[in-house]
Ligand binder design. Sequence first.
Ligand SMILES: N[C@@H](CCC[C@H](N)C(=O)O)C(=O)O
Length: 273
Amino acid sequence: MGLRFTKMHGAGNDFVVIDRRSATAPLDAALIARLCDRHRGVGCDQLLTIEPPRTAGSAFGYGIWNQDGSPAGQCGNGARCVVAWARRARIFEGASVRVDSPSGPVQAALQGEGIEIDMGRPDFSPHAVGFDGDRPEATLRAEGHDWWFGLVSMGNPHAVTRVDGVEDAPVSAVGRALQADRRFSDSCNVGFAELIGRDHIALRVFERGVGETLACGSGACAAVAVLHRQGLLDDQVRVTLPGGDLHIRWSGDGSPVRMRGPAQFVFEGEIEA
Ligand SMILES: N[C@@H](CCC[C@H](N)C(=O)O)C(=O)O
């Protein structure tokens, strides 16, 4: 008997979704690796596991596993995809639902073709990012250049820097160097943001546990939070990633970040377990 899965993506950030609501044994590391492997398995940036709810009032819970097998606390594009998956599986009815992400409950609303997720309040404390420092910022010398990064947790750790043009940004080299920086206790996702206007940025993200992805939802929220805090952005921002656009709303400290974007089904299948 094989293991059933659904392949999905949100703006090109791709996922394998499996139903583990009635699983009894913990997820096997070798199985995660096979499901994520683009050559020997199905292939995805992240594996998403549908699980029983963990808090009263939530319809279901979910887990997030990066391609390298490491667990993650948040995944914006993944949140939209698990909500679309659960709606199709009739786990909930209607246009809004509360779900348990690994970093806590998340509220979602279906809006036409898209889904909006309340991603919670950004946390700018260095401690939340697992950063050994007094301020939510880090500097790094890499590729012959001094880089400044604003740090923020969206339930997972992010470092965001500004670049003149995302096309030419040394995303992989600098992303890799910052991820290896020992001041981060659990590494970080690294975003490179280009300011196009007060309501529009371009963004590339070198994700922890994967490398560069076509889109990173929590990374889009993190970039808007860091640049908004510097007074560079309005409250509604279009974020153009290599895989498509996400729409982020944030009105500043104390308020939650809202992220809207697509969640698409690609195919269903069964793999030998
Ligand atoms: N692609 C995701 C983020 C996935 C987790 C991240 N790589 C981490 O390790 O924190 C998104 O859309 O937010």
